[in-house]
Design a protein around this ligand. Structure first.
Ligand code: C5P
Length: 402
């Protein structure tokens, strides 16, 4: 509903020389679809990885390359390029480009534009892990942060060079989300919101665990909808199959205890939404080695102890309680009565209740039907996609917080 609304915005896109430059073609496609205008600039090294022809075709604009080009300057002087842009994006931001920026060098078109800019800049670094972890690069990144630059990525993963570690450029969708967050003045700008999502896994022994069928889709969609409205989102997720939301700060956990600790560590929040299907119990007598099935021996007995109720703990905080705390209630009968009682018991502001006992599957399915329970009573929403539920909820949250 709110994504893809960058019509009229202009991005000065500086493409550095790295293998990740090919991913920038996809970023340009996403920007084009959202209506944003692109002014592409390529370093000489970038041309070794992608051709100026493909870049200008996707940008629907000529590529700026040389600093002293009579043709380019006649069309538009290089200083004017940053004056006309809303945001400068450097992707891939190579170690070399970062070093030039941090030290104020201006010996080609890209670095000259970067020093002459009067607009915010977003960097998507991409380089080999040793280059990213090199002391000089670290110093440069720190300097650039102090200078007010924003970073998206790099991420951890396999690299084109065959090594593994931090240095992979963020995926195009994630860079796009960061651009959107910069440019859209959403109603939740400046608000910090935490979302828990997915199942938890409670270990029995090193290979077995207790889990549930939560896919984590509803929580991920809620986080996405909040990011789209400009919120700064902490997304604490158990081992869920749903794709992680772009633009959110993703914190991966496994057990309920780890989830509780991550929520505690998040600090001061404006709102917290507990969409995770947290296991109510964990195994007290976990085994350090794999439990063996021995002939003639009785089945091992699992001793269960209750997990902390994260929603109730946050709802009942005497100090620093978020202004809005939202829980979920999956019920199989007397949905409204049970969920209304749950809202009181836990001490949260709203409960999104759903009937998981009906013929239409909610857990693991793409759709949901929720009842929003607040101090004002129960409001039944029609069946819709989990994405639509998320967008509706995000809108209500922004009304409540602003
Ligand atoms: O009590 P019940 O599990 O039905 O409550 C569901 C709500 O409480 C959900 O919002 C869920 O995320 C939250 N919850 C929690 N910590 C637990 C159990 C549930 O945050 N240990």
């Amino acid at each position: 509903m709110w994504g893809a609304m960058l019509a009229g915005k202009k991005i000065l896109l500086i493409i550095g020389g790295g293998i990740a430059a090919y991913k920038v073609l996809e970023l340009m496609r996403l920007l084009g679809k959202s209506g944003a205008g692109i002014v592409p600039v390529m370093t000489k090294a970038a041309e070794e990885f992608v051709t100026p022809l493909s870049v200008s075709a996707l940008a629907e604009a000529p590529v700026r390359r040389a600093l002293f080009s009579l043709e380019d300057e006649a069309e538009m002087g290089h200083i004017q390029l940053t004056r006309d842009a809303d945001l400068v994006v450097v992707a891939p931001a190579t170690a070399d480009l970062m070093a030039k920026m941090a030290n104020g060098l201006a010996n080609d078109m890209a670095s000259t534009l970067l020093i002459a800019r009067n607009k915010p800049v977003l960097l998507a670094p991409a380089m080999n892990v040793a280059m990213w972890e090199n002391a000089a690069t670290k110093r440069n990144a720190e300097t650039l942060r102090e200078d007010g630059c924003t970073f998206v990525g790099p991420e951890e993963g396999n690299m084109a060079c065959g090594e593994f570690g931090f240095g992979r450029m963020a995926e195009p969708a994630e860079i796009f989300a960061a651009i959107e967050a910069h440019l859209l003045d959403g109603p939740l700008r400046g608000k910090r919101i935490l979302v828990t999502s997915g199942p938890t896994h409670e270990p029995i022994d090193p290979v077995r665990y207790i889990a549930n069928r939560s896919s984590g889709l509803q929580g991920a969609e809620i986080a996405r909808a909040l990011v789209a409205l400009g919120a700064e989102v902490d997304f604490v997720t158990g081992p869920a199959e749903a794709a992680r939301p772009e633009g959110a700060n993703v914190i991966e956990v496994e057990t309920a205890l780890e989830m509780a600790a991550a929520v505690e560590a998040a600090g001061q929040l404006d709102a917290a939404i507990f969409a995770a299907a947290v296991a109510d119990w964990r195994v007290a007598n976990t085994s350090d080695s794999k439990m063996k099935k021995l002939a003639g021996k009785a089945m091992p007995e699992l001793e269960l102890i209750e997990n902390p109720d994260i929603l109730a703990t946050v709802s009942q905080r005497s100090n620093g309680r978020p202004a809005l705390v939202i829980g979920f209630a999956a019920e199989t009968n007397d949905v409204i009565e049970n969920a209304t009682a749950k809202r009181k018991r836990k001490g949260c502001d709203w409960i999104l209740a759903n009937d998981v006992g009906g013929a239409r599957p909610v857990m693991g399915g793409p759709d949901n039907q929720v009842i929003l329970i607040s101090a004002n009573g129960a409001e039944t929403w029609p069946w819709m996609s989990k994405k639509q539920v998320a967008e509706g909820l995000a809108l209500r949250i922004s009304e409540a917080l602003t």
